[in-house]
Ligand binder design. Structure first.
Ligand code: LLP
Length: 418
């Protein structure tokens, strides 16, 4: 459920007309609904209320510090995958003791930063990484809190680019090798084993992959317990899907109803790492129609947002609903909604039946709050969009639109060209 709705034919973000925001802040513009974000976070914490848990928002889905602050203020933690995400999360006020750190390629610099910051745990993805963390922690005369990320070989039945929990993927330690890795970890002097982690993929719309993966992990926990290794944290990852186009993914409550009974009587703290299911439908991308163009085979609505602003349609062939900000009676046209970028893959929507729009009108690309701005780039030397949070009647700029100066801020002309 989100709070972007039509009122008398006009799209509102909570209590504010989207058109007003587009005019004030310009386009392309990301708009987030505060109350939707809080509601989605609360849906998780309420659902898992009966079991000790921490909800660690996946920063990669949306790393705006205002949004992370909002989660931190509401009891949330962070799931990070880089030193940059750690920096952003800490700056936003996320407590270090609620930060978990995954990723297959942590550098020494990043490991030191995380150890210095005293994060809750590293989700370690290989033997080599485990040894490296041990070495660095030794040099820093500290103990590294560690969970091993286990690849349970479960098919999440999602887009191949966002599946992570199968044998063929680079993520985690193969489940067959898990015991051996825990044994090694317990021998390493500067490693403190405290947990186990799994994350099998994203935009998962069924319960069964979550249940199957958890069952496999619980068997592992039992075996470890027999060998005298007691874990405190079970990090079950993220991955719950959202409705982009009528999908009916389970809600957190259903997930909890299926997972908690499996965990009963175990002294664990459950960590969840949702990203998309919290931020996805809490944000939209607003864009202005620049031109209408009749191609040889179809019509094109050329808008001022491109694949640099929202790459999901081009990259995953992802479907985002595109709707007019002002609903009017008009004829329908079969068209593509495309951006100004010089690539044929620069589309936001393809082969859609949309009402005929006019130049200067606004469109809203729905479900753009997760992996929207965070995956945006400056391709074609386009300044990145502004971001606004709406809270009831209030609206707040949470990221300024980039300027042309920002585009070259870090560049230097070498002396031999001066
Ligand atoms: N935890 C870990 C370790 C992850 O790798 C991810 C996402 C999450 C949690 C959060 O998953 P979520 O709840 O958002 O599904 N760019 C793609 C999605 C990539 C997801 C990568 N990992 C997209 O736009 O669909």
């Amino acid at each position: 459920m989100h709070l972007f709705r039509y009122r008398s034919g006009e799209l509102y973000a909570e209590e504010v007309p989207v058109k007003q925001l587009a005019e004030k802040y310009g386009t392309p513009l990301y708009i987030y609904s505060y109350n939707t974000l809080v509601r989605h976070l609360k849906a998780y914490s309420d659902a898992f209320n009966d079991y000790p848990h921490i909800i660690c928002f996946a920063v990669k889905a949306n790393s705006n510090t205002a949004i992370l602050r909002l989660f931190a203020k509401n009891g949330g933690g962070a799931d990070i995958v880089s030193g940059g995400e750690l920096y952003v999360a800490l700056k936003a006020g996320v407590p270090a003791k609620k930060i978990v750190y995954a990723g297959v390629g942590k550098t020494e610099y990043e490991i030191r930063f995380a150890l210095k910051s005293k994060i809750l745990m590293f989700n370690v993805e290989s033997e080599a990484e485990l040894r490296e963390i041990d070495r660095i922690a030794g040099k820093m005369r500290t103990m590294a809190p560690v969970a091993l990320r286990i690849n349970p070989d479960i098919d999440p039945e999602t887009h191949p680019y966002i599946a992570t929990g199968l044998k063929k993927h680079k993520f985690g330690i193969p489940i067959e090798d898990a015991l051996e890795h825990y044994r090694l970890a317990s021998r390493l002097k500067n490693i403190k084993i405290i947990g186990v982690h799994k994350h099998i993929g994203s935009q998962i719309t069924k319960i069964s992959p979550f249940v199957d993966a958890l069952k496999k992990i619980l068997l592992l926990i039992d075996e470890l317990s027999i060998q005298g290794v007691e874990l405190k944290y079970l990090d079950a990852g993220g991955g719950l899907g959202i409705s982009y186009r009528g999908e009916e993914p389970p809600v957190p409550k259903e997930l909890a109803r299926n997972l908690i009974p499996l965990l009963k009587n175990r002294k664990l703290t459950l960590i969840m790492e949702p990203g998309r299911s919290i931020a996805g439908n809490a944000g939209i991308l607003v864009t202005r129609v620049l031109y209408l163009k009749k191609g040889a085979e179809k019509e094109f609505i050329i808008v001022d947002a491109g694949m640099n602003d929202l790459i999901r349609p081009s990259y995953y062939n992802a479907y985002h609903n595109v709707i007019p900000v002002l609903k009017k009676k008009r004829e329908k046209v079969f068209c593509d909604v495309v951006g100004p970028i010089c690539e044929s893959s620069d589309f936001l929507a393809r082969d859609r039946e949309l009402k005929r729009l006019k130049q200067g009108e606004y469109l809203a690309v729905m479900s753009a709050g997760a992996y929207g701005f965070s995956m945006s780039s400056n391709y074609n030397s386009r300044p990145r969009a502004a971001e606004v949070i709406v809270k009831s009647k209030g609206h707040f700029l949470v990221r300024k639109r980039e300027t042309y100066d920002d585009l070259i801020r870090n560049e230097r002309i070498p002396v031999f060209l001066k």
